[in-house]
Design a protein around this ligand. Structure first.
Ligand code: NAD
Length: 322
C-alpha cells in the first residue's frame, strides 16, 4: 500500500486531497496546525503539528520503515484578498518557514516525490483582453502581493532541492479554488465563498456589497477538478511550475450573478471600497492539458454544489446564535 503525507489536511484543498488519495487506496497521514472543522477524521492518521518548527517537519515526514512515497505540501498561512492585504508579515514569515523546513527535511529524509501548491498570484497584474500567459512568463517577476512573492520564493526552494538531492518535485500554480468544506466566513474566505455567504444571508431582492467596481476578471476551479489536477501532475514527468485552472473567465459581478441564480434570489449589487487585487487573469493551461487533464465542472455546476453547503452553514450559525 502506498503511503502519502498531506500537509494542510486541516484545510480546504488538503482534506479534499486526503479523501481522493484514500479513495485510490493510499494510507494517508494528514498534518496541520488545526483539525479539519467538518471532516476531522478524514485521514487514516492525523498529527496536529506546527510546521514552522523544523523538528515538527521531521516528525511529520517520519513513518514506520522510513518516509512517505509521496508528500503533498499544501500548508500555508493563507486567505482571500482581505487577508492577503492585511497579513503580509504573517504570510511572509509563516508560509516561508513552513516551506523552508518542509522541503529541506523531505529532501534529507529521501522523499521520492514532493508536490508543492503554488498560486497564480506569482504572476504580474494583467489587463482584460491580454493574451494567455505561460508559466515561464512569471519572470521577470512582479507579483501583485506578498503572498505571490512567498510562493515564488518557495517554488525556487523546491526546485533547488530537486537539483541538489534528486527529489522529484512537482509544482502547481492554482487558480482560485472553491467548493464545499472551504472557509466561508471569518475574514479568510475567498470570493466565491464570500459571494455565496452574502447571498445566503439576504432575502430575495436584497443587496450585497462587492469590493471594487466588480469588473476584475478571474477564473474559479472547482475543488474536485483541482485535486484531480494535483494527482495527475504529481504522477507526471512535468518539471517546473504548471498552471491548474478552469478556462472559464468571469468578472466579479458575473460571479455574484451566477451565485444568485443558483440561490434562486434576485439581488442588487452595491460596489464598495475594498481590496480587489489584480485587474485580470488569463493563463495558459497547455502544460496540464498535455496530461489529459481538463476542468470537468463549470462555474454554474460548481456553484450549484457549493451554495447549498454554505447556505446550510449560514442557517446553522444563525440557529446557534439564537
Ligand atoms: P486553507 O487555509 O484551507 O489550508 C491551509 C492549511 O494550512 C490550513 O488548514 C492551516 O491551518 C494550515 N497551516 C497554516 N499554518 C500552518 C502551520 N504553521 N503548520 C501546519 N499547518 C498550517 O487553504 P486552501 O485553500 O486549502 O489552500 C491550500 C494550498 O493551496 C495553500 O498552500 C494555498 O496557498 C494554495 N492555494 C490555494 C488557492 C485557493 O483558491 N484556495 C489558490 C492558490 C493557491
Amino acid at each position: 500500500m502506498k503511503r502519502a503525507l498531506v500537509c494542510g489536511a486541516g484545510g480546504f484543498i488538503g482534506m479534499h486531497l486526503v479523501k481522493k488519495l484514500r479513495g485510490l487506496g493510499y494510507w494517508v497521514r494528514g498534518v496541520d496546525i488545526k483539525r479539519h472543522e467538518w471532516s476531522p477524521d478524514g485521514a487514516d492518521q492525523f498529527l496536529q503539528l506546527d510546521l514552522r518548527v523544523e523538528a515538527n517537519c521531521g516528525a511529520a515526514l517520519t513513518v514506520e520503515g522510513g518516509t512517505f512515497d509521496e508528500v503533498y505540501q499544501l500548508a500555508a498561512d493563507m486567505g482571500g484578498m482581505g487577508f492577503i492585504h492585511s497579513a503580509e508579515t504573517e504570510i511572509m514569515h509563516n508560509s516561508a518557514l513552513i516551506n523552508i523546513y518542509m522541503t529541506d527535511q523531505a529532501a534529507r529524509l529521501g522523499v521520492p516525490r514532493y508536490f508543492f501548491s503554488s498560486s497564480v498570484c506569482v504572476y504580474r497584474d494583467m489587463q482584460p483582453g491580454e493574451p494567455e500567459m505561460t508559466e515561464a512568463e512569471a519572470v521577470p517577476a512582479h507579483p501583485d502581493n506578498e503572498y505571490g512573492w512567498e510562493k515564488l520564493y518557495s517554488e525556487r526552494i523546491a526546485e533547488a532541492y530537486e537539483r541538489r538531492y534528486g527529489m522529484q518535485v512537482r509544482i502547481a500554480r492554482f487558480q482560485n479554488c472553491y467548493g464545499p468544506e472551504g472557509t466561508w466566513t471569518g475574514g479568510r474566505e475567498k470570493a466565491p465563498a464570500a459571494m455565496c455567504r452574502k447571498i445566503a444571508e439576504i432575502d430575495d431582492g436584497g443587496t450585497i456589497d462587492v469590493w471594487g467596481d466588480g469588473s476584475a476578471v478571474r477564473s474559479y476551479t472547482y475543488v474536485s477538478d483541482m485535486v484531480d489536477g494535483i494527482y495527475a501532475l504529481t504522477h507526471s514527468e512535468l518539471h517546473g511550475a504548471v498552471n491548474i485552472g478552469c478556462p472559464q473567465y468571469v468578472t466579479v459581478d458575473e460571479l455574484a450573478v451566477a451565485a444568485a441564480k443558483v440561490a434562486g434570489k434576485r439581488i442588487a449589487i452595491r460596489h464598495v471600497d475594498g481590496p480587489v487585487g489584480v485587474h485580470s487573469r488569463n493563463f495558459s493551461n497547455a502544460r496540464i492539458y498535455s496530461l489529459g487533464w481538463t476542468a470537468q465542472v463549470d462555474l454554474e455546476a460548481g456553484l450549484a454544489r457549493t451554495y447549498p453547503w454554505i447556505d446550510a452553514q449560514v442557517k446553522a450559525a444563525r440557529a446557534a446564535s439564537r
